[in-house]
Design a protein around this ligand. Structure first.
Ligand code: IMP
Ligand code: MG
Length: 185
C-alpha cells in the first residue's frame, strides 16, 4: 500500500553527512580522545541542546573515567542568523577547577559562542581546556577560536539533524542534512 503520510524526511533537500559517516567519525574522535588523555580523568562540558546526540554517542567510545556537565546558551532563536549576543541560560552544576575539561559542541559557526565560553571557562582554572565539535562551518568564522577535535567541515548552509535544530525541530534526524528552501522561508 502506498504510504502518503508526510514525514520529517520529506522536508530534507539533501543529506550532507550520512548516519554511517557520522557514526564512524564519532568513534574515531572518541578513540583519539582516549589516546590523548590516557591515564587521566576528563570532564565533558556539553553545550545544550545541539550537542546532545553527539555527546551520547561520543562517550560510548571513551573508555576513561569521565564526568559530564551541561551548559545552555542562547543561540539563534527561531531564525538561521546569529543575534551575535551570547547568553548563559544554564551554567555548570560543578566547579571545573584543576580538571581536564573538553567542551563538546554541535557546530562552530561565527565562533562567538565558543569564544565566549572559552573565556568564561578559562577564568575558572581548569587543568586543561580543549574543544571538540562535530561540525565546523569555517567559512563563516568571525572570531578565531582554537578547536582540538573536528568531525566534519560543512559549507555555508544551515544544517539540521543529529542534534542540530531549525526552530527546535529536526534534532532527531540521524544524519546531517539541509532542508528544502521553502521550510526556511
Ligand atoms: P556561533 O556562535 O555563530 O559559532 O554559533 C554556534 C551555535 O549556533 C551552534 O552551537 C548552533 O546551536 C547554532 N548554529 C550555527 N549554525 C547552525 C546550523 O547550520 N544549524 C543549526 N544550528 C546552527
Ligand atoms: Mg540551535
Amino acid at each position: 500500500m502506498l504510504n502518503t503520510t508526510p514525514t520529517l524526511y520529506d522536508d530534507v533537500a539533501e543529506v550532507l553527512i550520512s548516519e554511517e559517516q557520522v557514526q564512524r567519525k564519532v568513534a574515531e574522535i572518541g578513540a583519539r580522545i582516549c589516546a590523548d588523555f590516557a591515564g587521566e580523568q576528563i570532564l565533558i562540558v556539553a553545550v545544550l541542546k545541539g550537542a546532545l546526540l553527539f555527546l551520547a554517542d561520543l562517550i560510548r567510545h571513551i573508555d576513561l573515567p569521565l564526568a559530564i556537565d551541561f551548559l545552555a546558551v542562547s543561540s539563534y532563536g527561531a531564525g538561521t542568523e546569529s543575534s551575535g549576543v551570547v547568553r548563559i541560560l544554564k551554567d555548570l552544576d560543578e566547579t571545573i577547577e584543576h580538571q581536564n575539561v573538553i567542551i563538546v559542541e554541535d557546530i562552530v559557526d561565527s565562533g562567538r559562542t565558543l569564544d565566549y565560553l572559552l573565556r568564561m571557562l578559562r577564568q575558572r582554572n581548569p587543568a586543561t581546556l580543549h574543544v571538540c565539535t562535530l561540525l565546523d562551518k569555517r567559512e563563516r568564522r568571525e572570531i578565531d577560536v582554537p578547536i582540538d577535535y573536528v568531525g566534519f567541515e560543512v559549507p555555508d548552509a544551515f544544517v539540521v539533524g543529529y542534534g542540530l535544530d531549525y526552530a527546535e525541530h529536526y534534532r532527531q534526524l540521524p544524519f546531517i542534512g539541509v532542508l528544502k528552501p521553502e521550510i526556511y522561508a
